[in-house]
Design a protein around this ligand. Structure first.
Ligand SMILES: *[C@@H]1O[C@H](CO)[C@@H](O)[C@H](O)[C@H]1NC(C)=O
Ligand SMILES: *[C@@H]1O[C@H](CO)[C@@H](O)[C@H](O)[C@H]1NC(C)=O
Ligand SMILES: *[C@@H]1O[C@H](CO)[C@@H](O)[C@H](O)[C@H]1NC(C)=O
Ligand SMILES: *[C@@H]1O[C@H](CO)[C@@H](O)[C@H](O)[C@H]1NC(C)=O
Length: 176
């Protein structure tokens, strides 16, 4: 009985501590900059951050692949702000068509898990037509990575046939 009470009290404090910690966490987009390098293959119609409530910003992206892309590489680099944006930890290139069949990069998996539910990207190659991300907001519960507080840039270059076709640079803030 006594042990149960102690356990309950402990659990109560632990849960409220956990909740108060979570409340303090801010993980949100601050800016997005996208650019096509080849408008005869990839068009960008929208690439925008929208504030929907305090500390929740969504990312909306709308692009079109004009000819089927069978050979896709994704180059992901993370930068952290400290007197300008400096390279930080991750600099990874992933074979997109292979990844979508059998995810092999834990870092790419982490990123993909954050946004896959908001996009139409989860299918095998080729990629063709509308490429959409709608109402994507960051959820720190899915961030299985200890991240120091700060301002970050995730710079992604998308390559078709081994040549850069467009980039999506996404800025975000993490504080706890
Ligand atoms: C740009 O896109 C066109 C149309 O798909 C393609 O033929 C051409 O090779 C691309 N240019 C580069 C530099 O990738
Ligand atoms: C994406 O942009 C195209 C071109 O402007 C537009 O026709 C289409 O309706 C947009 N799709 C969505 C889901 O907003
Ligand atoms: C990532 O690696 C590539 C190739 O090794 C290099 O050219 C690039 O400068 C690196 N990027 C960063 C941010 O360190
Ligand atoms: C992608 O979709 C398939 C089928 O809908 C699902 O089985 C798979 O788990 C999804 N992949 C990821 C990485 O979510």
């Amino acid at each position: 009985m006594r042990i149960t009470q102690i356990t309950v009290v402990f659990l109560f404090y632990w849960i409220s501590y956990d909740l108060s910690c979570n409340e303090a966490v801010i993980f949100k987009f601050s800016n997005a900059v996208c650019k096509s390098f080849n408008e005869s293959w990839f068009l960008i119609h929208q690439c925008r951050i929208k504030a929907i409530k305090r500390n929740v910003n969504t990312l909306n992206f709308n692009g079109t692949v004009l000819y089927p892309a069978y050979d896709i590489f994704v180059h992901l680099q993370v930068f952290k702000k400290a007197n300008g944006y400096k390279p930080w930890l991750f600099n990874v290139t992933v074979d997109g068509c292979r990844f979508i069949k059998r995810p092999n990069s834990p870092f790419a998996m982490l990123i993909f898990n954050l946004f896959k539910d908001f996009s139409n990207f989860n299918h095998s190659c080729p990629y063709m037509g509308p490429q959409l991300v709608k109402g994507f907001y960051l959820r720190h519960e899915l961030l299985k990575l200890p991240l120091p507080s700060g301002e970050y840039l995730l710079a992604i270059t998308w390559l078709f046939d081994r040549r850069p076709q467009f980039k999506t640079d996404v800025y975000f803030v993490f504080t706890e």
